[in-house]
Design a protein around this ligand. Sequence first.
Ligand code: SIN
Length: 311
Amino acid sequence: MQTPADLIVILATGGTIAGTSRSATDGVGYTAAQLRVEDLLAAIPGLAHRRLEAHQLAQLDSKDMDFATWQRLATAVQAQLDRPAVGGVVITHGTDTLEETAYFLHRVLAPIKPVVLTAAMRPATALAADGPQNLLDAVQVASAPGAAGVVVAFAGRVHDATQVRKTHSYRVDAFESTDGALVARVEEGSVRLLGRWPQGDALGLARIARPVQDWPRVDIVMNHAGQDGRIVHALLSAGVDGIVAAGTGNGTLSVALDAALREAEARSVRVLRSTRCDAGPVMALPGLLPSAGALSPLKARIELILSLLAA
Ligand code: SIN
């Protein structure tokens, strides 16, 4: 008899969701990435009877997320998805770079099964910790009929990896799909589909197999009042493979930054133009530096890294 693919695998990487504080009323003076995944699950009675398997993949504050952890995570996620018994994967993560990890996994794996990232704004010891509900919701999303692709389940909302951004430094609903529809909402354990589950063409694990010390160096440079392009010359001196410009408005650049970036291009550095605005695409116009389309500067940087890895 065929067993249903109803096993949900949880891969823990740290973050505030696993953070602890000395006082239950201290929502900011805490240390992230302290509790193990078993402790997080034990705090959620609603998960006691679910078919779950949990692994501690990393234990870090996501501001310290790095290429080596991304490489290990993508490989581990793929290995779990390849198991016939596995219906989906949940990843616990810090909020700070969650949108980057989500986009990275989306581009590399573009999975048919659901991969659901979740996190928390308050440590596990807080009076009203948000992590347990978010983790419970993430398991519901990973088990939802028809669920697919890389999404973020946070504060009752399900975001597409391509859209999601952390937009608030403190609020419990800190994430938005800034330039598109929500995928779904989670309401009392039910997943109500509002849009479409993400789809894409997987670049594949072979694309990221190179030792991480050989991954391309891509930096982000912002346009702002008084931007004189000096930072680009510093990057060229230090050595850089790609530069994402977080331009003003429709990806516009000061005369000096535009000139410096064209000089970088002439020196074989790949350049993409995005916008420092919170939402909206950058139109590709003839004669201008290449556009990053609707990608945020952070996601354009990942796109450029993955593109340079193909070279
Ligand atoms: C982190 O990103 O690991 C710390 C902050 C958070 O999770 O909210």
